[in-house]
Design a protein around this ligand. Structure first.
Ligand SMILES: CC/C=C\C/C=C\C/C=C\C=C\CC(=O)SCCNC(=O)CCNC(=O)[C@H](O)C(C)(C)COP(=O)(O)OP(=O)(O)OC[C@H]1O[C@@H](n2cnc3c(N)ncnc32)[C@H](O)[C@@H]1OP(=O)(O)O
Length: 203
């Protein structure tokens, strides 16, 4: 577990100034990771040790339960702030987590929530001091593991299969949409500026 950062989201350099076949392969891998995690028969608990923007938020939402560290961290789908858009399965996953209305506001504004705000809207289930995040996640895991596995798994599948089947049937189209979107000159310019701004913030 890395302190302060759960995940900085997708590595933008993987789709900045890359060839279409490279961005295709990158997106296919992301789809694989998501489908595996969201559809996992295992109990999955995200111990969110720090910042969790965009793709990081998606990974956390793909789990069954989320524990987030308190502190000056943020979580959310901030794609619009980067001049890009969240694909349909990011949107559906967020709707399944916090509901339609909150998702609509959240996505249009590219909102990044503090741990307390995230807990209030149900984006995370629990907040804990940073040095106790793993402990809280473990405690919660014990509860989940007491439930008969077959019943829990079937229930999870009933709740999640619609989205899994939808994405599985549209994978090629989704890859095509991603690559054609990120290859646009205007999007490449936005991504370049965003990467520069991250570096400037650091210096
Ligand atoms: C029709 C539609 C069809 C399809 C859909 C189309 C498009 C969807 C496309 C894409 C979806 C993307 C989702 C994403 O996940 S995009 C990534 C979003 N992530 C962020 O915005 C986070 C950016 N990072 C930060 O805010 C911070 O780094 C931090 C808060 C996570 C941590 O802060 P620190 O101060 O500790 O770290 P830094 O010093 O800022 O960063 C270190 C280093 O890393 C570089 N970097 C940071 N994040 C990223 C990243 N996500 N990708 C690439 N590079 C990143 C940063 O520039 C520094 O680099 P150097 O060490 O200076 O080289």
């Amino acid at each position: 577990m890395v302190p302060n950062i759960f995940s900085a989201g997708l590595d933008i350099t993987e789709f900045y100034q890359k060839k279409p076949e490279e961005t295709d392969a990158f997106w296919r891998t992301l789809q694989d990771v998501f489908l595996r995690l969201y559809g996992s028969k295992l109990v999955t608990i995200a111990a969110i040790s720090g910042h969790s923007p965009a793709g990081g938020c998606l990974l956390a939402m793909a789990c069954d339960y989320r524990v987030m560290a308190t502190g000056k961290y943020t979580i959310g789908l901030n794609e619009t702030l980067l001049g890009i858009i969240a694909p349909f399965w990011f949107i559906e996953t967020m709707k399944n987590t916090i509901g339609h209305r909150e998702t609509e506001k959240s996505l249009q504004l590219g909102k990044l929530y503090s741990p307390e705000q995230a807990e209030n809207i149900g984006l995370v289930d629990q907040i804990c001091p940073p040095d106790d995040v793993l402990g809280c996640a473990r405690k919660e895991m014990v509860k989940w593991l007491k439930i008969p596995d077959h019943a829990r798994i079937l229930t999870k599948q009933l709740m999640r299969n619609e989205l899994i089947n939808n994405l599985s049937s549209k994978r090629k189209e989704d890859i095509y949409n991603f690559t054609s979107f990120v290859q646009k000159d205007s999007i490449q310019r936005s991504l370049g500026l965003y990467l520069e701004s991250l570096k400037k913030k650091k210096s």
